[in-house]
Design a protein around this ligand. Structure first.
Ligand code: FMN
Ligand code: SF4
Ligand code: SF4
Length: 290
């Protein structure tokens, strides 16, 4: 089925032609989709969302199932900043399970996340089972041990730099390696990887899926903030990602298909401690171009 405008409902206001990011809708006497441009449709639903008379039908989207009516109630800047400024990465959890309903609430935040392209190719794996998480830890810990050895070997280090690329190599060398060396990821010292969390949510996608890395980071951010808004604690855990992507057994535990790559994990649970204050960072360099 193609995208369609119901001409008997259309008021010819032209708003849909303006909001469509790829200018697929044409106002030419009446409002219609440009047939030769329909392949550019992102299924973003912007046109359907602004149409005052629900006259638009975009392939794969329906007013009944895919839209949420925006009421007059809108969180203001103060509420928004309250959520942001009261959040910290939480790495100490109560021994309290998280219900599937709460996990659903966290994941539902993704329904409103922006995407670079192809949101339908994004996948989420939820492990809401501490025993299952624990079964993955030795494999992840071994991976870090391997990283330590590679960084300490000048030749292996060169290969690591070549394969990982500059950004990842610097992160491994200057951030992950010293932490690994300090014993945080050594399970004899406790779980410094998933921090005893009862649940871990991992975002993944096919290796060739459009924009999946950036989509994944945005998804992780949304879920972390949603968890915090619900009263849970959450932390993005990137350190597990290279281990998962290089180990088929880990992929099986996380139920990530071999052809997919993990992008980011978020641990969630009920916080053991409540923060009395937040940190206000002023480290960003801002260039105001005049
Ligand atoms: C991309 C990214 C990756 C992260 N990976 C980890 C991780 O692997 N392990 C961890 O304990 N924290 C991880 N964090 C949490 C950061 O350490 C934390 O956000 C940072 O210290 C700032 O603290 P705050 O979140 O409490 O403001 C990650 C955060 C981001 C944004
Ligand atoms: S769904 Fe988005 S891209 Fe497609 S026609 Fe509507 S506004 Fe344009
Ligand atoms: S927004 Fe709706 S009513 Fe307005 S021109 Fe487009 S289809 Fe017609």
């Amino acid at each position: 089925m193609r995208n369609k405008i119901n001409q008997s409902l259309c008021k010819k206001c032209g708003i849909c032609t303006e909001v469509c990011p790829n200018k697929i809708i044409l106002q030419n006497g009446h409002i219609q989709f440009k047939e030769e441009k329909e392949h550019l449709c992102l299924q973003c639903g912007q046109c359907m969302a602004v149409c005052p008379s629900k006259a638009i039908k975009v392939k794969g989207l329906s007013y009944e199932n895919d839209f949420h009516e925006i009421t007059g109630k809108k969180a203001d800047y103060e509420n928004f900043m309250e959520i942001l400024s009261s959040r910290r990465s939480v790495r100490t959890f109560k021994n309290r399970p998280v219900s599937e309903e709460v996990i659903d609430e966290i994941v539902n935040s993704l329904s409103y996340a922006p995407f670079g392209a192809a949101p339908e190719k994004m996948e989420i794996s939820v492990i809401n089972n501490r025993e299952k998480i624990v079964s993955a830890l030795p494999l992840i810990s071994d991976f870090f041990h391997g990283i330590e050895k590679m960084i300490e070997s000048p030749i292996a280090s060169i290969f690591l730099k070549l394969f990982a690329g500059k950004e990842d190599f610097q992160t491994i060398k200057n951030h992950i390696y010293p932490i690994a060396k300090s014993g945080i990821y050594n399970l004899d010292n406790g779980d410094g990887i998933t921090r005893g969390a009862p649940a871990i949510i991992t975002i993944h996608a096919a290796k060739d899926a459009e924009a999946h890395t950036n989509n994944g980071i945005i998804y992780a951010t949304y879920m972390m903030l949603a968890a915090h808004a619900i009263g849970l604690g959450a932390t993005m855990i990137e350190c597990v990602i290279p281990a998962i992507n290089r180990n088929k057994k880990l992929k099986r535990i996380f139920q990530i298909p071999d052809n997919n790559e993990a992008i980011m994990s978020v641990i969630v649970g009920y916080p053991k401690y409540h923060y009395k204050r937040t940190i206000k960072r002023h480290k960003h360099k801002i260039n105001r171009v005049l």
